[in-house]
Design a protein around this ligand. Structure first.
Ligand code: ZN
Length: 241
């Protein structure tokens, strides 16, 4: 399989301001996820953060990215609209996008979903989450058991303001009784988008092997497949009369 060029994008603010988060992710969430992927075969990984020039998402960086991973929370509105539009165009032309956790409210996710807010219920009390694999034959479920348990997580509950996913791979149950669509696949233009729920910054979720496995699987699923370029408009018949 050819090497997949992955860019892990992180807002990278909580890790600088909150000692609890810094202790879990001393180099940032992007380095935790990127380091894991880099250690596996088949991925060439770069990272980018909000405070980089052009948020680290220059034309060159985007052109060299097969799959972009996105984590943001407190500074969605600081992401410049023209950069969001460039990312959106890259997705529509084939780049994969994996949106993690609080990225549900990011400009890029909301614009690709066509929704208003991407809102949901939440409660950051450190409850148990059980993520059920409901499509065991899906590539994103490769290597997993029937469910993943995260000992302490922020709860996200329905309703989640998203369009019905093209494929739903995971449903979460939380200790407090709520449920949530936790693994949502979409096709947008020639690109693929996967939303994956876990990853609140005050819990060490991205160090958990099953969560890392899902992210790696999702990168492989979302990578462009070099299919035919679609042709549009008036066209000559292929068969002569
Ligand atoms: Zn959170």
């Amino acid at each position: 399989m050819p090497t997949i060029n992955v860019t892990v994008w992180n807002e990278f603010r909580h890790e600088k301001r909150n000692d609890q988060v810094k202790a879990i992710y001393p180099d940032g969430i992007h380095k935790a996820i990127g380091g894991y992927l880099q250690a596996r075969d088949g991925f060439a990984v770069k990272t980018a953060v909000l405070d980089d020039p052009e948020h680290g998402l220059t034309d060159e960086a985007l052109a060299g990215t097969d799959v972009l991973i996105w984590w943001g929370h407190m500074a969605h509105e600081e992401v410049r609209d023209e950069i969001v539009e460039k990312v959106r165009q890259r997705v529509l032309h084939g780049m994969g996008l994996i949106v993690l956790h609080s990225g549900h409210a990011s400009k890029i996710f909301r614009s690709l979903m066509g929704t208003n807010t991407g809102e949901l219920k939440w409660r950051d009390d450190g409850e148990k989450e059980r993520i059920w694999v409901i499509e065991p034959s899906h590539p994103i479920a490769r290597g997993l058991g029937e469910y993943i348990e995260i000992p302490k997580e922020e709860m996200y509950g329905e309703r989640f303001e998203i369009p019905a996913p093209d494929e739903l791979v995971f449903i979460s149950w939380f200790e407090g009784g709520e449920v949530f669509r936790s693994g949502c696949c979409y096709r947008r233009g020639q690109g693929k988008v996967f939303y994956f729920r876990p990853g609140h910054e005050t819990f060490p979720v991205y160090h958990q092997p099953e969560v890392q496995q899902v992210i790696a699987n999702a990168v492989e699923w979302a990578a462009p497949v070099a299919g035919p370029q679609p042709a549009y408009g008036r066209t000559a018949p292929l068969e002569s009369k």
